[in-house]
Ligand binder design. Structure first.
Ligand SMILES: CCCCCCCC/C=C\CCC/C=C/C(=O)SCCNC(=O)CCNC(=O)[C@H](O)C(C)(C)COP(=O)(O)OP(=O)(O)OC[C@H]1O[C@@H](n2cnc3c(N)ncnc32)[C@H](O)[C@@H]1OP(=O)(O)O
Ligand SMILES: Cc1cc2nc3c(=O)[nH]c(=O)nc-3n(C[C@H](O)[C@H](O)[C@H](O)COP(=O)(O)OP(=O)(O)OC[C@H]3O[C@@H](n4cnc5c(N)ncnc54)[C@H](O)[C@@H]3O)c2cc1C
Length: 676
């Protein structure tokens, strides 16, 4: 990161904002990203990407039609991976990998997305030694392209009802892959339509007449030379989507397609040559690739919200509209209190999500090490943390991006703002890797909380709780919240408030479930009738985690220049949650009406405090113009002249007269004239 982001020729308003900041951006950037060394590496990676001619992004992606976009993204993906080893440390998918990719690919998926984000980790963690030897080389050398084909037309969430079958034939030592119905067609896998010639296929395993549930297989789909689909395989692209249109998400059908026995991943479950099935140590080890993406996507989502808020804050600093005091000149829209309330909580959220991403990364790495030693103890905790964070973070990220867009008025609606690309990319995260509601129900069902199981054991005094769940066993305070005013409130008090709300809802949902179990004939029906309250419990639990984790992370900062900023943002995050959470905090009079009014006053005072530093804070996220790809969010703040330039490079403006005019409008007008 440069010493200063101020340069000659910059917009005067944005320069003034930077000059008036009370802290050095470099310091905050170092804290946010985990140290000066990481910020220095980011700069090194950025410079290397900028220097590399093959990584030049000359075509503005938003002007391209679908097929052109797919082709351009394939070009970039190949160039990106051609030079990757010279630029990044490939072992760090959570950090350098995400950053490097975002510099080149923007907000899109591409022909190699699934190859790296799901197939590579699945092979590393689920293939036996022999398979690893055979598959890892071609994956890394890119002599094959692969994807992860699990979801079907008829089933995405409910994996136990996938219809694709893999039936073992001991005579030939092969599996027969088959799609027995239309709804068995694989549907959605990224890069399946046209790019991949291999896929991890999830299919129901049958051996010696017995069913063993869904298992992963590594299957060749297309000829290595001609790239034509193999006999028995039907494959294609599913068509344009809300976003990620660089990716050829595809469909796939099998017609009694035979594959060798050793194409089934055999590190965990095994099928022996005679068809004997050897079960895995943990039934869900085969779902590891999903857990990996759920874990890495938290950082990706926080960076999407971070981009959106950087764009919105910078634009709000240069946009002047209306007067606060009559006849004293138009103000920067960032001066409106309402604008600040729309925007500043998104800054806090970005940080809360990013710090949570660091935590889930640590847990993922610990679990991976344990699994290598055959220990599955922490797997449920990781499943719960990654599922819960995935749901809350992707939902609030999507809502936050949309707020940022709306806060930029008309220009926010233009593709020049980048909001449509950011939103349509990020919101996919609410659905892929497990629909959000379903994932919240997983948190409630088992997950790292095992909420429902825990409640009964807590009441029995036998609960074995992890660090993440221990607060649930604490007694609810009889008094009200300790909150008196924003100046005096401590991190511990705010954490206690969120834990109160979560605990209250967890016990409430539990009691309701128990009551429903007496009203309905099966536990499953009772569970369904409690679904809304269970999801609320999971959400509050995750929010309590986010608040606790934010303050824990920030407690490592002793720098008097930036600590006050981090504290203000943390308090804003918590108070905005309390104010918006209303009923969860006022139950049993925990927060009184007066306290709630003081919370709102506290928010207003925080907005005022954050206002002078807002531009510098988003500068500390360290996004380059290359990453933001937004005319509104330019570092230099020179928005208007560049909006005009952007519109002028629009291919529709290449000629003065459009074909639409020639083919349709002109004949209509000519006919109109003849009727006069
Ligand atoms: C390089 C940088 C890139 C950065 C960008 C990153 C993002 C971009 C990357 C990729 C793009 C996106 C690609 C998208 C891919 C996909 O979407 S792949 C398809 C994903 N599909 C799903 O997620 C399906 C969701 N469904 C499920 O996970 C499961 O079916 C289920 C909902 C969990 C239910 O499963 P099931 O019915 O089998 O299980 P239950 O009976 O409910 O539970 C049984 C017990 O098992 C526990 N469980 C479930 N899952 C797991 C798990 N994964 N790990 C550990 N334990 C698990 C569950 O809690 C139950 O436990 P209990 O019995 O003790 O209660
Ligand atoms: C951008 C994108 C990329 C994708 N990439 C891939 C990929 O690479 N590979 C792949 O295999 N798949 C991929 N998918 C598919 C994705 O994983 C599924 O769409 C997702 O898991 C949701 O499943 P579904 O579509 O069957 O939704 P459904 O399960 O049909 O959900 C529809 C609604 O039903 C509700 N619902 C479903 N079950 C329950 C329940 N038990 N309790 C309460 N409510 C329930 C959901 O909450 C939701 O509101 C991708 C999807 C998208 C959008």
């Amino acid at each position: 990161m440069e010493d200063t982001l101020i340069r000659e020729g910059d917009n005067l308003d944005i320069t003034k904002e930077r000059r008036n900041a009370t802290f050095r951006v470099k310091k905050l950037a170092a804290f946010i990203h985990g140290g000066e060394e990481i910020v220095r590496r980011r700069k090194e990676i950025y410079d290397a990407v900028e220097r590399e001619p093959r990584l030049k992004n000359s075509v503005p992606i938003e002007f391209l039609a679908r097929e052109e976009r797919h082709e351009e993204q394939a070009r970039r993906a190949v160039a990106m991976t051609d030079v990757a080893t010279d630029i990044i440390d490939g072992s760090d998918m959570f950090g350098e990998g995400i950053y490097y990719q975002s510099l080149i690919m923007g907000r899109d998926l591409h022909s190699l997305s699934l190859h790296y984000s799901m197939v590579l980790p699945a092979i590393q963690n689920q293939a036996d030694d022999e398979q690893l030897d055979e598959w890892l080389g071609p994956i890394i050398s890119r002599s094959l392209i692969s994807t992860y084909a699990q979801t079907e037309l008829g089933h995405g969430t409910n994996l136990s009802k996938l219809e694709t079958t893999a039936t073992y034939d001991p005579k030939t030592q092969e599996f027969i892959l088959h799609s027995p119905t239309i709804t068995a067609t694989k549907w959605w896998p990224g890069a399946l339509g046209k790019s991949s010639n291999y896929a991890i296929v999830m299919a129901q395993l049958y051996t010696n007449g017995k069913w063993h549930g869904p298992h992963p297989f590594f299957v060749q789909l297309r000829d290595a030379e001609t790239h034509m689909p193999l006999k028995g395989v039907t494959v294609g692209d599913i068509g344009p989507k809300l976003g990620i249109n660089g990716s050829d998400n595809g469909f796939l059908r099998f017609n009694n397609f035979r594959i060798p026995r050793k194409t089934m991943f055999m590190k965990n479950a095994k099928v022996l040559p005679d068809g004997t099935y050897v079960p895995p140590k943990h039934a869900k080890l085969g779902f590891g690739a999903m857990v990996f993406v759920r874990s890495i996507m938290i950082k990706d989502q926080s960076m999407q919200l971070g981009s959106a808020i950087t764009i919105a804050v910078r634009y709000s600093a240069i946009r002047r509209q209306g007067e606060i005091v009559p006849n004293s000149g138009e103000v920067q829209i960032l001066d409106y209190q309402t604008q600040q309330l729309r925007l500043f909580p998104q800054i806090s959220r970005t940080l809360a999500f990013l710090f949570a991403a660091y935590e889930v990364k640590d847990l993922y790495l610990r679990v991976t090490t344990q699994l290598q030693e055959g220990n599955t103890e922490l797997l449920p905790e990781l499943h719960g943390l990654s599922s819960g964070l995935k749901s809350v973070v992707s939902w609030e990220t999507a809502q936050g991006i949309e707020q940022c867009r709306l806060a930029c008025g008309g220009h926010g609606y233009s593709q020049a703002s980048a909001f449509p690309e950011i939103y349509s990319y990020a919101v996919g995260g609410c659905t892929y890797e497990g629909e959000n509601i379903v994932m919240l129900l997983q948190v409630a069902r088992q997950a790292f909380l095992g909420l429902v199981k825990i409640v009964s054991s807590i009441r029995a005094g036998t609960a074995k709780l992890s660090l993440l769940t221990s607060y649930i066993a604490e007694k609810q305070p009889k008094t009200r919240s300790k909150f008196t005013c924003v100046e005096n409130v401590s991190a511990e008090d705010l954490i206690a408030d969120f834990e109160y709300a979560a605990r209250e809802q967890i016990f409430y949902a539990y009691d309701l479930l128990k009551k429903n179990e007496t009203l309905y004939s099966t536990p499953e029906e009772a569970w369904n009738k409690t679904g809304i309250e269970l999801c609320k419990a999971s959400r509050l639990h995750v929010k309590a985690f986010l608040v606790r984790n934010y303050f824990n992370y920030v407690s490592k900062c002793n720098d008097s220049e930036i600590r006050p900023i981090l504290d203000q943002l943390g308090k804003l995050y918590a108070l905005d949650g309390i104010s918006g959470g209303g009923v969860w905090f006022t139950r049993r009079g925990y927060y009184s009406d007066d306290q709630m009014a003081t919370v709102r006053q506290g928010i207003y005072s925080l907005l005022e405090k954050i206002r002078p530093n807002a531009v510098a804070i988003v500068d500390a996220f360290d996004f380059s113009d290359r990453e933001l790809q937004s005319v509104l969010g330019r570092r230099d703040g020179n928005v208007y002249e560049n909006l005009l330039k952007w519109a002028q490079q629009n291919p529709m403006n290449r000629s003065e007269i459009s074909t639409a005019y020639i083919k349709h409008l002109k004949p209509m007008m000519t006919e109109g004239k003849s009727k006069l």
